[in-house]
Design a protein around this ligand. Structure first.
Ligand SMILES: NC(=O)c1ccc[n+]([C@@H]2O[C@H](COP(=O)([O-])OP(=O)(O)OC[C@H]3O[C@@H](n4cnc5c(N)ncnc54)[C@H](OP(=O)(O)O)[C@@H]3O)[C@@H](O)[C@H]2O)c1
Ligand SMILES: [Zn+2]
Length: 402
C-alpha cells in the first residue's frame, strides 16, 4: 500500500450524506441480548453494504489505491460517511471522521478495508481513529499486502479499540479484486470480455460485428469499462470495428483506451484518435512506422514502443502506470496470446441467442495449441446470468502457481 498517500483536501469534496437516515439499532421493547445479536449481524451487514455503496462512488478512479467506504455510527444513527475519491486524496475514514466531528467519540466506525497503519504525508488512519476516540471498528476485509496485513487492526486493538473483522468480506474482496490482484501478482487483473452468437462467432466472415448482443448487454459493458483502468484492442479491431471504447455515460470514468499494433498500418480517421473525451495509448514495436507515430502524437494520442509487443509486456507497462484492472476487448488472435501469457484472469462472455454461421467467421479465442479436449481450460467460480435477451457467463481462469 505504498501508493496510498493521505493529503488533506477541502470539505467541499465530502460525500453528500445530508439525508442522514436514522437507523434504529433496537426497538425499545427488545432485550439487550436480542439487540446485541442484531448489531452483530443484520445491522453490521447493512452498514458494511453502505460502505461498499459509498466506495463505488469512486469506481474506476482510485488506482493504484483500492475503493474504500466508511461509515460512523453513533447511537444507531449514521453521523458521518466517506469514501476514498482518488489516489492522492484522503482515505475514506478521514472523510467519515471529519463529517462526524465530535460525535465520533465513542462511536462505531465501519470500513470496507482494514485501516492503513503507515505514515505518509499525514498520519495513518489507525492513528486518526484512535485520536477521534472511537470505541469500535468493524472491518470488511484485511489488507491483502502480506507485509502490512493485520497491522492496522493490531494497532487499533493495542489502543483498546474493539475490532470486528469479516463483515461482508466476500463483497469487499469482489469490489477490490483488481487491487488485490495487483498487490499479490504485480500485474493488473486482466478481464476478457467478448460477445458471441450462439454458434460461437464474434463477427461475420466479412468481419462485421455490430452488434452481436442487445442494448442491455452493451449497457453492462459500458459500466464495466467505467470500472476499469484500461481497455485493450488489437490493430484489426480498430481497422474493422472502429470502436469508441468509452463508457458512454456523462459522469462515468472512461478507461485509457489501448491499441496494440505491430506495424501501425491503422486508419487516420479512427474514432480512437479523438481524445477529447477519453485518452488513447498505442503500444507498438520499436521503430514502427515513424510517420504514423508523428500523426498520432499530433492527435494527442500517446505512443509507447515496447521492446517486445506481447500481452505480458503490455500488462507490465500498465502495472507501472498504477493500474489495477484491464479489460481485454480484442479479437481472437490477441485474446489467445493474452490467455497463453497469463494476462487474463477473469472471463465475461456475453452469448446472444442468434446464429450467424460461417466456417471462417472469427471466434472469441484463436489457437491455444491444444489438440485434446482434456487440455481445455476449465473456468472456476462460474456464474450464469440473463442480461436482457442475452446470457452472461462469468468465471475465472485457474490461477497459475507463481
Ligand atoms: N464480438 C466481440 O466481442 C469482438 C471484440 C473484438 C473484436 N471482434 C472482432 O474480431 C475481429 C478481429 O479479430 P483479431 O483477432 O484480428 O483481433 P485484434 O483485436 O485486432 O487483435 C489482433 C491484432 O492485434 C495486434 N497485435 C499486437 N500485438 C500482438 C500480439 N502479440 N499477438 C497478436 N496480435 C497482436 C495486431 O495488430 P496489427 O495488425 O495492427 O499489428 C493484430 O492484427 C474483428 O472482426 C472484430 O469485429 C469482436
Ligand atoms: Zn488510511
Amino acid at each position: 500500500m505504498d501508493n496510498f498517500p493521505v493529503v488533506a483536501q477541502s470539505d467541499a469534496d465530502l460525500p453528500n450524506y445530508t439525508h442522514k437516515h436514522k437507523l434504529l439499532v433496537q426497538s425499545a421493547v427488545e432485550s439487550d441480548s436480542q439487540a446485541k445479536a442484531r448489531v452483530g449481524s443484520d445491522f453490521d451487514v447493512r452498514m458494511m453494504r453502505r460502505c461498499l455503496e459509498l466506495a463505488r462512488c469512486a469506481l474506476g478512479r482510485t488506482s493504484p489505491n483500492p475503493l474504500v467506504g466508511a461509515v460512523v455510527v453513533k447511537d444507531g444513527e449514521i453521523v458521518g460517511e466517506g469514501f476514498h475519491p482518488r489516489a492522492g486524496e484522503p482515505h475514506a475514514e478521514v472523510f467519515a471522521l471529519r463529517a462526524a466531528g465530535d460525535r465520533a467519540r465513542g462511536a462505531t466506525v465501519y470500513v470496507s478495508l482494514e485501516p492503513c497503519n503507515h505514515y505518509g504525508r499525514t498520519p495513518p488512519c489507525s492513528e486518526g481513529l484512535i485520536a477521534a476516540g472511537v470505541a469500535k471498528v468493524v472491518v470488511g476485509m484485511v489488507d491483502p499486502n502480506p507485509l502490512v496485513a493485520g497491522g492496522g487492526i493490531a494497532r487499533l486493538r493495542a489502543a483498546g479499540i474493539e475490532v470486528v473483522v469479516g463483515v461482508e468480506t466476500e463483497a469487499c474482496q469482489q469490489l477490490n479484486e483488481g487491487f488485490v490482484h495487483r498487490i499479490l501478482y504485480k500485474r493488473p487483473l486482466g478481464i476478457l470480455k467478448y460477445a458471441m452468437t450462439l454458434d460461437g462467432k464474434i463477427a461475420t466472415t466479412s468481419g462485421h460485428s455490430a452488434w452481436v448482443t442487445n442494448q442491455d448487454a452493451r449497457g453492462e459493458v459500458h459500466q464495466l469499462r467505467a470500472a476499469c483502468d484500461a481497455v485493450i484492442v488489437g490493430g484489426n479491431t480498430v481497422r474493422l470495428d472502429n470502436p469508441h471504447l468509452t463508457s458512454h455515460q456523462m459522469e462515468a470514468h472512461n478507461p485509457l483506451r489501448v491499441v496494440m499494433s505491430r506495424h501501425l498500418n491503422l486508419p487516420e480517421d479512427a474514432r480512437l484518435w479523438q481524445t477529447a473525451q477519453a485518452p488513447t495509448l498505442v503500444l507498438t514495436e520499436v521503430g514502427a512506422n515513424p510517420d504514423f507515430q508523428k500523426f498520432l502524437l499530433k492527435q494527442g494520442v500517446e505512443v509507447v514502443e515496447l521492446t517486445s509487443l506481447t500481452p505480458d509486456q503490455a500488462m507490465a507497462h500498465l502495472y507501472e502506470r498504477g493500474f489495477c484492472s484491464v479489460l481485454w476487448e480484442c479479437g481472437g488472435t490477441l485474446t489467445a496470446s493474452a490467455i497463453a501469457q497469463g494476462a487474463v484472469q477473469k472471463i465475461l462472455a456475453f452469448i446472444a441467442p442468434k446464429i450467424i454461421g460461417g466456417s471462417h467467421a472469427p471466434t472469441p479465442v484463436g489457437d491455444l495449441g491444444f489438440t485434446n479436449m482434456t487440455e481445455a481450460i476449465a473456468l472456476e467460480r462460474v456464474r450464469w446470468r440473463v442480461v436482457g435477451s442475452d446470457c452472461l457467463v462469468e468465471g475465472y481462469l485457474p490461477q497459475i502457481k507463481q
